[in-house]
Design a protein around this ligand. Structure first.
Ligand code: SAM
Length: 248
């Protein structure tokens, strides 16, 4: 697991102006999107989170603000806060969201925020939790969520636990984890981790999609290609999945 400074520098360096090809198509940085179109992806995410329209919401690891923008446009009466350790991405997000007065941004680590207890109706993570220490993230989310508040996590998952993978799948997975500074677990492991930390009830969990074509093309067409192997044959058997929890 990389430390927070590494994550900040990595996103500042590679995920700002490097991905021009990608930026032209999308402002949502999910590599495992259900839709390539940002509006449809935002609609899908809103539905999965059960947004009604008047909630106070926190986007943890908000990237350049793409998901916030879509949710804000769909639900103008929500109040949406976005935090990110990458100060350069926050600057890009400020430009993207400058006309949306229900969105606020700040540079913060979501393992240790400055929000008061019981602040949010919904706290969500779109492909950001797996860079981090699960225990710290879930404990902080529980603290800042209101009673009965919603925790939504969408991330990558491996098809089964690591000890059940074939040898070549495990090699690919370990290379993937090292290069993308990500940790990847199977669904059962994630559910067990959150159960052990406690304070949440699982409402829904879904496994769905493959990596985004735009995403891998973008990596191949930027200087990231020197750093990451984005060949399809190098990708371990991973998919996107989501987890919807209620604070109890
Ligand atoms: C793969 S990107 C996804 C961005 C965004 N959620 C989206 O879907 O467009 C992961 C993001 O999480 C942020 N991040 C990772 N760890 C973080 C932490 N501990 N606190 C705040 N932001 C973090 C990164 O800087 C990056 O913006």
């Amino acid at each position: 697991m990389k430390d927070i400074k590494y994550i900040r520098d990595y996103y500042n360096k590679y995920y700002t102006n490097e991905l021009d090809f990608y930026w032209n198509k999308t402002k949502i940085l999910n590599a495992f999107k259900t839709y390539e179109n940002d509006y449809r992806q935002g609609k899908w995410l809103s539905k999965r989170m059960g947004i009604k329209g008047n909630e106070t919401i926190l986007d943890c690891g908000c990237g350049v603000g793409g998901v916030m923008k879509q949710i804000s446009l769909l639900h103008p009466k929500t109040e949406i806060y976005g935090i990110n350790v990458s100060d350069e991405q926050i600057e890009m997000a400020k430009q993207l969201l400058n006309k949306l007065d229900n969105c606020s941004l700040s540079v913060q680590d979501f393992m240790n925020t400055n929000y008061k207890d019981n602040t949010f109706d919904i706290v969500y993570f779109c492909e950001s939790i797996c860079h981090n220490n699960f225990e710290k993230v879930i404990t902080e989310s529980r603290r800042i969520l209101k009673p009965n508040g919603i925790l939504y996590i969408k991330d990558l998952v491996i098809k089964c636990s690591k000890d059940k993978l074939k040898e070549n799948e495990l090699i690919k997975l370990n290379n993937f984890i090292k290069s993308w500074c990500y940790e990847v677990f199977d669904i059962e492991t994630i559910i067990n981790k959150i159960d052990n930390i406690g304070g949440f009830e699982l409402i829904n969990n879904k496994r769905f999609i493959k990596p985004s074509i735009h995403w891998f093309n973008a990596v191949r067409n930027s200087s990231l290609k020197e750093y990451h192997n984005a060949r399809t044959s190098a990708i371990p058997p991973i998919r996107g999945a989501d987890f919807l929890y209620k604070k109890i």
